[in-house]
Every structure is written in structure tokens, then in C-alpha cells.
Design a protein. Structure first.
Length: 284
């Protein structure tokens, strides 16, 4: 029996999983706070370089996760407090400020690690047999982890007290503040969580990608396309955007080439911005 269909299915699910992981941080910050963080991809980059760092120190790769969370959380807190907070009412200025931050972060990483690309030496990509085909075990782990993470996020957003406060803040900030919710602190915590999620995705993807100072740009663009198509501030919008953008790009890249897939995704995103600016499931 031909098992090539299973290989194509697993590759498609892997593409969706990686896109979901790298978009999650921007979905929190842009979707809930309305901050178009142009440095999102650079926080993913910091997570990847955390793996490079612990490997150069001779530490176990698993220690890269707490290091990335600490660094991205600390940098995120400083950025929100001193750069983003004064600009919440000025979205265009926020975009320019975070774009400058992205350039600064890339240059600092270049100064420390150089411009050459890095590859992580690991046995995590060793293939195992799955119903007659060989497939990397680490990719299967990412599929399971992404599904668990999305379920946990949905439960947190719908069932937790913090999720309730976040929904109140995004729905009506003035009313939420009048009811005693400290919206300033909550916005800061939400921003930091978004940066930590971006850093965590960089750690998880590091064994599978080429690591270089410019990798953040691609992650930013793909994440933005997802949110444009799916819409902001809803879980259904996030899931719909990941499925449409990831599925379209993966299928067309396999059938034609990667450039054509990216071009179609770009055109699709422009059409949504023009004809349906709130996306498929976004809040008005």
C-alpha cells in the first residue's frame, strides 16, 4: 500500500504546527493588546540563539528553554514598560518603534554571534518508522506539543480568571478599569507572556532550522499573514488563519515551488486587507 499520502499529511501538519507556534506570541500581543510588534520575529530569534548559547557552553539542550523564557521575559518587560506603554494610543508610532527595536536586536546578535548561520547538533531529528515510512521523531513531538499548547491556551482564555480579565480589558478597557482591574499591569503581563511564547517557539524550532540573525523577518511576515486572514482577538481566527495560510503555502510549495506558494499567500493577505479587514473571525 502506498504510504506517500501519510508523508504528505504529516508534512502538512508539521507546517501548520510550526506556523502556529511562531504566530502564537504575536497573536497574544497584536490580537489582545492591538500592538503590532515588528520585533516579534527577533524574539523568536533570541529563543533560537538560546539553544546556540547553551550548546556552546556544553549545557544540555533542555536548559535553553528556561534561559530563553528568562531573557525574552526580561527584555519584553523592559520594552513594554519603557517603549510600548507610552505609545499605546499611537499605533503607527508603536510600529515604527518596534521596527527600530528589531533592527537593534539583529545588530546586537550579529555583534555577539556573527553573521554566519548556525546548525544545532542533536539526535532529536533521528527518524522512526510510522506506518511504513521514516519520519523524524522530533517533528512528531512538535505536533503533539502544539496540539496540547493550543488546548491549554483555549482553556486558559475561556476558563481562567486572568483570561476573563484579559477579555474584559480588550472588550472595554475603561469599564474594566472602573471595575477594579489594573489594566496597566495586565497589559504588561500579557505583553511579557507574548514575548516568552515567541522565545519558546524559537527554542523548539532551533534543531530544525538554520539559525542566523535575519531569520526573524520571515517569522514576522508569516505570523502577520495568519492574523490578517484569520482575524484578531479570537481563537477561531487564530486557528482559521493558521489553517488557510499554512495549508495554502504548504500545498502550493509542494505542487509548484516555494516562491509561488509565498506569492499566493501574499496576494491572499492583500485581498483580505482590502475586502475583509477584520479577517474571517476577528473582532470588529
Amino acid at each position: 500500500m502506498d504510504s506517500s499520502w501519510l508523508l504528505h499529511l504529516l508534512n502538512l501538519l508539521y507546517e501548520l504546527a510550526t506556523l502556529g507556534l511562531t504566530t502564537l506570541g504575536l497573536a497574544v500581543v497584536f490580537g489582545l493588546l492591538g500592538v503590532m510588534n515588528m520585533a516579534h520575529g527577533e524574539f523568536v530569534m533570541l529563543g533560537a540563539y538560546a539553544v546556540v548559547t547553551v550548546q556552546s557552553w556544553g549545557w544540555p539542550l533542555i536548559t535553553a528553554m528556561p534561559l530563553a523564557l528568562l531573557v525574552c521575559g526580561g527584555v519584553g518587560w523592559v520594552v513594554e514598560r519603557w517603549l510600548i506603554r507610552p505609545l499605546y494610543a499611537r499605533p503607527f508610532d508603536t510600529l515604527l518603534a518596534t521596527w527600530a527595536l528589531a533592527i537593534l536586536m539583529r545588530k546586537l546578535v550579529e555583534a555577539v554571534y556573527g553573521r554566519d548561520h548556525r546548525n544545532i547538533e542533536s539526535t532529536l531529528t533521528t527518524p522512526i518508522e510510522v506506518i511504513g515510512i521514516q519520519y523524524p521523531v522530533y517533528r512528531l513531538f512538535l505536533l503533539a506539543l502544539t496540539a496540547a499548547l493550543m488546548l491549554a491556551l483555549a482553556l486558559w482564555y475561556r476558563r481562567s480568571s486572568m483570561g476573563l480579565r484579559v477579555r474584559a480589558m480588550t472588550g472595554n478597557p475603561a469599564l474594566a478599569q472602573a471595575l477594579g482591574i489594573n489594566t496597566t499591569r495586565l497589559a504588561s503581563q500579557t505583553f511579557v507572556v507574548g514575548m516568552m511564547l515567541a522565545g519558546a517557539s524559537g527554542v523548539l524550532l532551533a534543531p530544525l532550522v538554520r539559525i542566523e540573525p535575519g531569520i526573524g523577518v520571515d517569522y514576522l511576515l508569516d505570523s502577520f499573514f495568519v492574523l490578517v486572514v484569520g482575524g484578531l482577538g479570537t481563537l477561531s481566527g487564530f486557528g482559521g488563519g493558521v489553517s488557510i495560510i499554512g495549508g495554502t503555502q504548504s500545498v502550493l510549495s509542494a505542487l509548484i515551488d516555494q516562491t509561488s506558494g509565498y506569492a499566493v499567500v501574499l496576494i491572499l493577505s492583500i485581498l483580505f486587507l482590502w475586502l475583509k479587514p477584520n479577517g474571517l473571525f476577528g473582532r470588529n
